[in-house]
Design a protein around this ligand. Structure first.
Ligand code: MTE
Ligand code: MO
Length: 385
């Protein structure tokens, strides 16, 4: 049984594939919860959960700048300064179903729950590289550390065979907050989320936050893993079947574009208006690269008129340019009593601090793999009579 080390999981998770486990967070666990309860955090595994003996576990760190390579035990890692960061992880395929409904895509049919947020505790990757002998330039230096000709990527290998990489500048930056996490929401990291150690790359697609990491390699090349080179890339809507060459020429997804979704009401729900005749809506919004969500617009008439949602306070550890977690929002949309008994379309869209916003329609961003599915989120509901 290849999956004998897969843990028991919360029955409320919405399972799209059982072996390996791919399960999204139920909307009601995400509503009003800036931190996702650990057992409701979405799970995206490409392979069986590995069995790792924490006493013999070693993290290999190697590459130019670390001439001999090192192997760090958990104890070695835990001796480094502990850091906690609140980070939202979002799968590249979050909301694929919304794109698929416009034109078929290939992949797990995620709704809006392939996203969750945790407070991760661990050590900074830059501290580990320093510990391994790499001479991390101080954050005040004027010399760009990524001037290093021999190193432009940091590759991560997971024990079960998964792999990915991120640009070196992100890994080494004092503002990058890239973590090797051993804790999730104050508890030891669970098996499903990468125990004993996972990478957490804030502001980047979750595919780079490699779980069960056992090898870190500094390199002049991206990871040669299938998931770095032959997946998690975007294409033109006219590229129906990306070939080898298309994959080689396309850029790997790293920082994510701005995204938002309605969590409440749910699709098809029978909605009761408030006494003041308002429609109550709640959801999340998030952008990549540490960009802050500055506005969310919500509509109850398919996008003809808009109400500005109220944004909940950011994670307390958020800093300018380092908004690593989503924002929850809610809105009370004034509606005409004539919509009672009728179907209406709720729509939301977010704007980030670079004034990036979401495209209106899926058609123009459609891609066969259904990644980067960020068009306006639309939810049709029935208003109680
Ligand atoms: N790391 C390993 N080792 N194996 C994996 O299958 N999946 C990646 C990433 N890291 C994966 C991995 C993808 S695509 C996603 S979306 C996130 O882990 C999901 O993290 P989670 O399961 O903790 O939610
Ligand atoms: Mo993913």
């Amino acid at each position: 049984d290849l999956f004998k080390f897969d843990p028991k999981r919360d029955p409320e998770l919405i399972t799209h594939a059982a072996y390996p486990c791919n399960a999204e967070a139920p909307a009601r666990a995400l509503v009003d919860a800036p931190i996702t309860p650990t057992e409701k955090f979405f799970v995206r595994n490409h392979l069986p959960v590995p069995d790792i003996d924490t006493t013999t576990y070693r993290l290999a760190v190697q590459g130019p700048g670390i001439p001999d390579g090192v192997a760090l035990s958990l104890e070695d890692l835990k001796k480094l300064p502990k850091k906690t960061v609140t980070v939202t992880l979002q799968c590249a395929g979050n909301r694929r179903k919304d794109m698929h409904d416009v034109k078929p895509t290939k992949g797990l049919q995620w709704s809006q729950g392939a996203i969750s947020t945790a407070t991760w505790g661990g050590v900074l990757l830059r501290d580990v590289l320093k510990q391994a002998g790499y001479n991390t330039p101080p954050s005040t230096t004027t010399t760009l550390p990524d001037d290093d000709q021999a190193i432009s990527h940091v590759q991560f290998h997971g024990t079960e065979g998964y792999g990915a990489s991120i640009p070196f500048h992100k890994a080494i930056s004092a503002q990058g907050d890239v973590l090797l996490a051993y804790e999730m929401n104050g508890e030891p990291l669970p098996a499903d989320h990468g125990a004993p150690i996972r990478v957490v790359v804030p502001g980047y697609v979750a595919a780079r936050s490699v779980k069960w990491v056992d090898r870190i390699t500094l390199s002049d090349e991206e990871s040669w893993s299938h998931w770095q080179r032959k997946d998690y890339k975007g294409f033109s809507p006219s590229t129906e079947m990306p070939c080898e060459e298309d994959y080689e020429n396309a850029k790997s997804i790293q920082e994510l574009p701005v995204q938002s979704a309605v969590l409440l009401p749910a699709k098809g729900q029978n909605v009761t208006l408030t006494e003041q005749g308002e429609m109550v809506c709640k959801g999340y919004a998030v952008s990549g690269g540490g960009r802050e969500v500055v506005r969310v617009d919500v509509s109850a008439d398919g996008g003809r008129t808009w109400t500005t949602a109220t944004l909940k306070p950011a994670a307390t550890d958020a800093r300018p340019g380092r908004q690593w977690a989503w924002s929850h929002w809610d809105a009370k949309i004034p509606v005409s009593s004539t919509i009672k008994g009728k179907e209406v379309e709720i729509v939301c869209k977010a704007v980030d601090d670079s004034y990036n916003s979401q495209p209106e329609k899926m058609e123009g961003i459609w891609n066969m793999r259904g990644v980067l599915s960020t068009a306006w989120h639309r939810v049709t509901v029935k208003v109680a009579g």
